[in-house]
Design a protein around this ligand. Structure first.
Ligand code: ZN
Length: 280
């Protein structure tokens, strides 16, 4: 059964460790995440971005996730990642997603609060968890989540406190120096800012931009309240790189072989991050 992330994240924060939220785009990527969760015995958040709806419908993602989680006996949450359309969020809840992220980070503060509160009311009545975002992450060229011109705006601790109280969200994505996409230099992650936010905000905090963050920064973030970390770009980048190698072989492989290998590539990346996130 798919679960919301509330219990998973509170358990992680107490330990502490972080639950990985891994983006999937099709059956191969979803199975790769499930295989890694099975191998490590960890719960997984399977994240499906609203922008990949041309690959897979909401109902398709739900039935695939339900089937795979049941087949492999893993604890999982199916989470709609970065969605700014409230109608799409309602449709995802109706389809059976167990968690959603309403991304109103580009909106004025009051509008972000009002919309997040509306989403929370609908989601909570169905047992669905809600992640919201305050502040905004920069994006590098490799990002699939925003444009390369996305401007960084750090999350204000005071605003975060008001936002959480008034919106009723279950987890908050914060902007503390990570970026969407692969890093071109060592990230300057503001642990001082995270500490200030954590002192004022009692719900689980989420870090986006997990692809390629150095392990010691991940540990610092986890020790200071981050208990969900999103990984997207590296899953795609690594699987595409390995697929190119596979296709470069003298004899072209059958498509079924390509698909099976892609499950393994995704599993490899996810395993690496689950181990980072749980070895604090
Ligand atoms: Zn993100």
């Amino acid at each position: 059964m798919l679960k919301n992330f509330n219990e998973m994240l509170l358990r992680a924060r107490k330990a502490p460790y972080a639950v990985g939220s891994f983006n999937v785009y099709n059956y191969e990527t979803m199975k790769g995440v499930v295989l890694a969760a099975k191998e490590t015995g960890q719960a997984a958040i399977i994240a499906f971005g609203a922008k990949y709806l041309s690959n897979m419908s909401l109902a398709g993602a739900v039935s695939m996730a339900r089937t795979l989680c049941c087949e492999y006996g893993i604890e999982a949450c199916l989470h709609l990642d970065h969605c700014s359309g409230i109608d799409t969020i309602y449709r995802a809840i109706q389809a059976g997603f167990s968690s959603v992220m309403y991304d109103g980070s580009a909106l004025p503060f009051a509008e972000n609060i009002a919309n997040t509160a509306r989403v929370c009311e609908a989601a909570h009545s169905c047992g669905v968890s809600v992640e919201a975002e305050l502040g905004s992450l920069a994006a590098t060229e490799t990002s699939h989540e925003g444009s390369a011109n996305d401007r960084e705006a750090y999350t204000s601790p005071k605003a975060a406190c008001d936002f959480v109280r008034e919106s009723g969200c279950d987890a908050l994505a914060v902007s503390i120096g990570t970026v969407h996409g692969l890093y071109t230099a060592r990230p300057n992650v503001r642990i001082d800012l995270l500490k200030e936010i954590r002192a004022l905000v009692d719900i689980p905090l989420v870090l986006h931009g997990g692809s390629g963050i150095p392990e010691e920064i991940i540990r610092d973030c986890i020790r200071n309240g981050i208990c969900k970390i999103n990984v997207n770009t590296e899953i795609s980048a690594y699987a595409v790189e390995k697929t190119k190698e596979l296709l470069g072989a003298a004899k072209a492989p059958h498509l079924a072989v390509v698909a099976e290998n892609q499950q393994q590539y995704v599993k490899d990346v996810v395993l690496k991050y689950i181990r980072f996130f749980t070895s604090v």
